[in-house]
Design a binder for this molecule. Structure first.
Ligand SMILES: [Zn+2]
Length: 184
């Protein structure tokens, strides 16, 4: 059945479960579960909902409840610099890793995916990345649409960053293995 998304208010598909959990599938906020108590609670304010959209969009199978939602908000309310980095990663994935590949975005629909709590902030973040030389705005649509492309510099930086992340993951893994061997 369909009803309004508790985070962004769009008409979306929902499945209800005996456990008190409702599972939503929203084009903007992603697929997520939320307890009916939290979904209908007045404690969720408009700003919390914007941050929670980023959380549900970036966390596969997120399950929001009254007991964990503030933690979820805090985990994505990152400083601007870190969110700009996350935005580059999201655009890199949308472009399939290519420099100059045109990506059509809707400021309304893609804000949570790009780690922006609102369309206005997404616009400001796009401008910041353009000034820093990481992207080019190719065209503005008459509605809220915008076409952008990552620059070669952004692609190189993103590749270096993800390689570093992978190396760090491997280092941690091998430290874990050595630790296990020492204990034997
Ligand atoms: Zn939504």
């Amino acid at each position: 059945m369909s009803e309004n998304c508790p985070l962004c208010n769009r008409k979306v598909h929902v499945d209800r479960f005996q456990s008190g959990l409702s599972n939503y599938d929203c084009p903007r906020c992603g697929r997520f579960g939320i307890s009916r108590t939290l979904a209908h609670s007045v404690i969720l304010n408009a700003e919390d909902k914007q941050w929670l959209s980023i959380y549900t969009r970036s966390t596969p199978d997120a399950k929001l409840e009254t007991s964990n939602y503030t933690e979820a908000v805090e985990s994505v309310r990152l400083p601007l610099g870190q969110r700009l980095q996350k935005m580059i990663t999201a655009l890199y994935d949308l472009a399939g890793g290519g420099a100059g590949v045109e990506i059509e975005l809707s400021r309304l629909e893609h804000a949570p995916l790009c780690w922006a709590p609102s369309p206005e902030e997404m616009n400001a973040m796009l401008k910041a990345l353009e000034i820093q030389g990481f992207l080019e705005v190719k065209a503005e649509r008459p509605d809220d649409g915008v076409i952008v492309a990552l620059t070669a510099g952004a692609v190189v930086a993103e590749q270096a960053r993800s390689q570093e992340e992978e190396e760090e993951r491997q280092r941690q893994q091998s430290r874990g293995t050595l630790g296990f061997q020492r204990r034997q």
